[in-house]
Design a binder for this molecule. Structure first.
Ligand SMILES: C[S@@+](CC[C@H](N)C(=O)[O-])C[C@H]1O[C@@H](n2cnc3c(N)ncnc32)[C@H](O)[C@@H]1O
Length: 255
């Protein structure tokens, strides 16, 4: 991966391994907009004792909300060990409602890693076995889509989620993606660390979702930093984003 005087481009899991040290504390504006959306939209989706799969759970920002809102079983996956370690720390001695697996979504559903070929990591094998014979009510994936090809993401969800199940998806908005991408300032090197990122437009997302049988339920919600007063409430890093749409959230239903 490439490096310049200001940026360090790394494979996604390596970038997040580094980011994990400050991911929960670096005042990320997108995470705050995500919190506002998730705390509104997620609770009504959770039926008592429902089973939810979380793709790209990271440090568990939303994993813990799933449990708090009443999910009976949460199966959370990510391919950054650093991010997962933070989630495991938050779970303390463990929570029997939450299972955590190290899984690379870019490989998991490709033919070459099927159990018949013996491919895949230990975490992927365990995740595959865990999914066997259980009914999943919903899938959540927040701020992950920009790191994956759309076909990889939606084909994976279509294999996990039965018809009538819900998918709650959030991502960096395409307007923000046109001028920026995920990354963080590594204070030890002074460089911006950048994982692999793809800017997906609204049309591309909805078209690919439709191919895999996902229909939008309740509309596509696009938000950003409205004005300086709004920015002040979101912290010092928000001011430069005034007027830019930064976050998109959508609930899909699999038909
Ligand atoms: C911006 S973080 C979001 C984390 C969490 N969902 C949240 O909202 O705070 C993106 C996450 O996606 C994960 N991710 C990216 N590509 C992935 C892949 N191919 N397989 C599994 N996880 C991936 C990263 O490791 C990281 O934890």
């Amino acid at each position: 991966m490439s490096s310049s005087s200001t940026h360090h481009h790394l494979p996604t899991s390596q970038a997040y391994d580094l980011w994990s040290q400050v991911y929960d504390t670096d005042g990320n504006v997108l995470q705050q907009l995500d919190d506002i959306y998730i705390t509104t939209v997620l609770p009504p989706l959770i039926t008592p004792n429902s089973t939810v799969v979380e793709l790209g759970c990271g440090t568990g920002r939303n994993t813990l909300k799933l449990v708090e809102y009443g999910a009976g079983r949460v199966i959370a996956v990510d391919n950054s060990r650093g991010m997962l370690e933070k989630l495991v720390e938050k779970l303390g001695g463990g929570d029997e409602r939450v299972e955590v697996f190290e899984v690379d979504l870019n490989r998991f559903y490709s033919d070459t890693t099927s159990s018949s070929t013996g491919g895949g990591s230990d975490g992927e094998e365990k995740f595959r076995k865990t999914l066997e014979g259980i009914e999943i009510n919903g899938v959540i994936s927040t701020l992950v889509l920009e790191h994956l090809p759309l076909s990889t993401f939606f084909s994976s969800v279509s294999k996990i989620l039965p018809p009538t199940g819900w998918l709650l998806l959030t991502n960096m908005h395409w307007d923000m993606g046109a001028i920026s991408s995920a990354g963080f300032l590594d204070t030890t090197t002074g460089k911006k660390v950048k994982p692999v990122s793809i800017n997906h437009t609204k049309e591309e997302i909805l078209e690919e979702a439709g191919k895999w049988g996902f229909v939008v339920e309740g509309g596509v919600v696009e938000t950003g930093v409205r004005d300086l007063e709004h920015a002040r409430g979101l912290g010092r890093r928000a001011e430069k984003w005034v007027g830019v749409l930064m976050h998109v959230g959508v609930v899909f239903r699999r038909v």
